[in-house]
Ligand binder design. Structure first.
Ligand SMILES: C[S@@+](CC[C@H](N)C(=O)[O-])C[C@H]1O[C@@H](n2cnc3c(N)ncnc32)[C@H](O)[C@@H]1O
Length: 485
């Protein structure tokens, strides 16, 4: 921890020297005016907190283009790397593969790398799906998720093999040539790069990559909080007028971060107002929990963008023209607009579908009977999916608390309360990692935990959907009965 603190201090000192700043006025420290590095145990660990009260839309951090780590900036500083990478034989490698090779090459330089203070602060390991072993993949339970994990590992393996010739030409140290090292480099790129217009691989952004994530859609409406801030400022005194103008211009900004050509820097803005000490979050994009796991190695307890796809019969898909991706259940358990419309039409006799098409596409119910039929159908479908999984939602909740209590594998395991299937899973985990060292067994534990957490969030959506459908069916039933009396 102390060593980590030392690395962090070096990073911040170096960052100030190379022009990274969270302040528009000059100073010799990179952070402290708007942001501080802090630890947020329940939302991403190390991250950036507000060093003072921050206003929505305010500029928080500026990172000059010259210090962004990209293929271009790495090649500029190293002739050998530049010659090898520009060799036409490697042109089939993707921009991400090239950046991964460059990153490993830079790591191999150790202390003499210009980026050393930055590289020393990168995580030592990651939990993205591609790093999941067989045990952790199976713990996801749901076929689509297991398949996504298998595909991620296969893709990483394929890309590693393709990049091997270039890595050998660069004479990387043996430990940097391994698949493990490749996974580390690709996970660094996947979970930390930011979009830039001139390189599809994106850039690694010192200090800017310390922002943790919050899902878009979580912040209060921009207009609502703008109104409050404007009201506060105008009521302060007339010196607030300049701030008001600034605020109006800030409010036009739609993103919380991006490369700005006119200042030749990556700029980060507050996407909402923060109180001093609160964690300042960035929205990397709109992701489901499985996608967060795949690209970033974490997931959110309450992810407004999470969704569950339920398998539908071919004739259901063909009864409507909605794209397949739009037929899902929302994180709150409600079926999507397109799923409801599709089922309403499918449940209508074929010869009447044409006449009700306009009602269906406007999202209207067709009749109480039609609505009760499709909601019962969804509820039954969700129940069947849940029954076919080897553990229940309740089992997984208890298993998750049991996993949290595993400190080391020699201590007696907490097997009370958990179901016999989960007990078997705990024993299988122990058997699976017993061969590995203590460090990797704790890494496996974290990945296993993420897999269980993911399947739990998946099941919660189905459980909530069943309650939602059953509640509406019951109210429609009463409505129907009272209208017949
Ligand atoms: C760009 S980095 C953010 C800084 C990172 N916490 C660090 O210490 O370097 C992205 C990584 O932070 C973690 N992370 C970000 N937001 C998170 C959140 N809301 N919950 C859990 N982990 C999060 C994930 O490991 C993710 O891959």
């Amino acid at each position: 921890m102390e060593q980590g603190q030392g690395y962090l201090e070096r990073l911040l000192k170096w960052a100030a020297e190379i022009g990274i700043s969270d302040s528009t006025c000059c100073g010799d420290s990179c952070l402290g005016h708007s942001l501080d590095v802090s630890y947020f145990p329940s939302a991403g660990g190390r991250g950036l907190g507000a060093a003072r009260d921050l206003r929505e839309g305010e500029l928080l951090l500026k990172v000059p283009k010259s210090v962004l780590m990209t293929k271009e900036s790495l090649l500029l500083k190293d002739e050998k790397l530049s010659l090898s990478v520009n060799d036409y034989a490697h042109h089939s490698l993707s921009p991400t593969q090239i950046l991964a090779v460059c990153l490993l090459y830079e790591m191999g330089k150790g202390k003499i790398s210009w980026w050393h203070p930055y590289l020393m602060n990168l995580p030592r390991s990651y939990d993205i799906l591609a790093t999941f072993g067989e045990f952790e993949k199976q713990a996801l339970q749901v076929d689509d998720a297991i398949w996504a994990a298998e595909k991620a590992t296969l893709k990483a393996e394929y890309e590693w093999k393709e990049a091997n010739a270039l890595m050998k030409q660069l004479k990387l140290k043996p430990q940097l040539l391994t698949f493990k090292a490749w996974l580390w480099a690709s996970a660094t790129i996947s979970s930390r790069t930011l979009h830039i217009p001139w390189d599809a691989a994106g850039c690694l952004c010192p200090v800017g990559d310390l922002f943790n994530y919050s899902a878009p859609g979580e912040e209060p409406s921009r207009c609502e909080s703008m109104e409050h801030t404007m009201h506060d400022l105008v009521n302060e005194d007339t010196s607030g007028m300049a701030d008001v103008e600034q605020l109006v211009s800030d409010s036009r900004r739609l993103t919380d971060g991006g490369f700005e050509k006119d200042v030749d820097a990556y700029c980060f803005y507050a996407k909402k107002s923060y109180k001093k000490g609160e964690q300042v979050l960035l929205s990397y994009g709109t992701y489901t929990n499985l996608e967060l796991l795949e690209h970033y190695g974490f997931l959110l307890n309450e992810n407004p963008n999470d969704k569950v796809y339920i398998p539908l019969e071919p004739e259901i898909y063909s009864s409507c023209s909605w794209p397949k991706e739009s037929l899902f259940i929302h994180q709150n358990g409600k079926p999507s607009f397109a799923l409801l419309s599709t089922l309403r039409l499918w449940a209508t006799p074929q010869n009447q579908r044409r006449s009700v098409g306009h009602l269906v596409y406007s999202g209207l119910q067709l009749s109480i009977q039609n609505e009760m039929f499709i909601l019962r159908w969804i509820s039954k479908k969700c129940t069947t999916i849940l029954k076919n999984l080897s553990t229940s939602f309740e089992d997984d909740s208890l298993l998750l608390s049991a996993i949290d209590k595993i400190q080391n594998l020699d201590a007696p395991l907490e097997l009370n309360n958990v179901s016999s299937t989960c007990r078997d899973e705990i024993c299988a985990f122990k058997a699976n990692v017993l061969q590995k060292g203590e460090r990797s067994s704790m890494e496996s534990k974290e990945r296993w935990r993420l897999a269980v957490e993911w399947r739990l969030s998946y099941k919660k959506i189905l459980v909530d959907c069943i309650s939602y459908c059953d509640e509406i069916v019951s109210s429609l039933f009463h409505q129907n009965n009272s209208s017949q009396k």
